[in-house]
Design a protein around this ligand. Structure first.
Ligand SMILES: C[S@@+](CC[C@H](N)C(=O)[O-])C[C@H]1O[C@@H](n2cnc3c(N)ncnc32)[C@H](O)[C@@H]1O
Length: 328
């Protein structure tokens, strides 16, 4: 069957690489690993020992989670890239099988990316998955607390939830210490994931860095009550994914929260006239579009764009959750 035209190339190539990696591996063993991992990640809480224990867990993680974490990282980078300086090197802390590396190489094909992780099976699989790919990606054993090499951009993707609170702050601080131009942290788009992002954001701001995405301001987050800042990336599901995780839908929507910051003394890289951020799927009704926005003045609230606003209305019809507003 020809691939769905809505799939982006990295996703397609990763799908092929995963299908090849799964090869003759027992589906029952993989499904058991998927079930165990789903239970463990749902339970949450810091991990005393690596959650991914052995090659079956690692392959299961890559099949059922990596396409989604890749989609979240890619979405995050797409929403920040215009506000970042040029990136030629990336360190991915706790990078596992390399989801953020796939996203980074897609954004900056000439960048050198180094994936650091404590699980050597994850690094080995990550290397195998990249074997047919271009781009310079290295997979290097590392444990939180050890030195982190310098790079333009340091990413920390879906890692903080596995660490105790003190460990989370320490990881964000080492990311800050290693990053020359930017730090990007991404977590699941749940209320607790968002709390971890808010804590990371505070560490970044207290170190004098500036947030370039998703927040269009440097102040307190205006979201309160039952609301939390998160975004959504659509992931097409492969036959293998459906087989291992169950469910009939041909896609799933990965919810994620994130923060991207640059050093304060690089204010030149920051567009001072930041546009607002669209915080929800826009509500579309006949002749009007409702946008839930986080604004540069630090407030959040609704904006209504009507047909009378001509060009703005046309843009509002196409704007998506997570985009900047106004467009361009
Ligand atoms: C949920 S996975 C995320 C993997 C990858 N970043 C992604 O987005 O798909 C969490 C990763 O963090 C790594 N990790 C957790 N605690 C760590 C520690 N103390 N030192 C090194 N890596 C750690 C795990 O080994 C695992 O690969």
């Amino acid at each position: 069957m020809p691939p769905s035209p809505s799939l982006r190339p990295a996703e397609l190539r990763l799908r092929d690489a995963l299908d090849a990696a799964v090869g003759g591996v027992s589906r029952a063993a993989l499904a058991a690993s998927v079930e165990r991992l789903i239970g463990r990640y749902r339970a949450g809480g810091a991990a005393d020992a690596p959650i991914l224990s052995g090659s079956s867990d690692v392959l299961a993680y890559a099949v059922y989670r990596m396409p989604a974490t890749l989609a979240a990282c890619r979405n995050m980078l797409q929403h920040s890239v215009l506000r970042l300086p040029p990136i030629v090197s990336v360190i991915d802390m706790g990078g596992g099988t390399g989801a953020a590396a796939w996203a980074a190489i897609e954004e900056w094909p000439d960048a050198r990316v180094t994936v650091l992780d404590q699980v050597t099976d994850a690094l080995a699989l990550g290397r195998r998955l990249r074997a047919a790919e271009g781009g310079a990606v290295d997979f290097v054993p590392w444990r939180a607390g050890s030195a982190v090499p310098e790079a333009d951009l340091v990413t920390v993707s879906y890692v903080l939830s596995e660490l105790a609170e003190s460990g989370r702050e320490a990881v964000v601080r080492s990311a800050l210490g290693a990053a020359r131009k930017a730090v990007a942290v991404v977590e699941p788009g749940t209320p607790s994931g968002w709390q971890r992002i808010l804590a990371a954001r505070s560490v970044l701001l207290n170190a004098g860095w500036r947030v370039v995405a998703p927040c269009p301001h440097q102040g307190e987050c205006p979201l309160t009550g039952s609301d939390w800042c998160h975004f959504s990336a659509r992931v097409e599901r492969s036959a293998l994914h459906r087989q291992l995780k169950g469910g009939e839908l041909g896609y799933e929507d990965e919810k994620f929260s994130y923060v991207v910051a640059v050093p304060g003394d690089r204010a030149a890289a920051v567009d001072e006239g930041a546009p607002a951020r669209v915080l929800r799927h826009p509500g579309k009704r006949k002749g009007l579009v409702e946008l839930e926005l986080c604004r540069p003045d630090g407030s959040a609230g609704r904006a209504v764009v009507t047909k009378r606003q001509g060009a703005a209305y046309k843009q509002a019809r196409d704007v998506r959750w997570g985009d900047s507003w106004p467009v361009g």
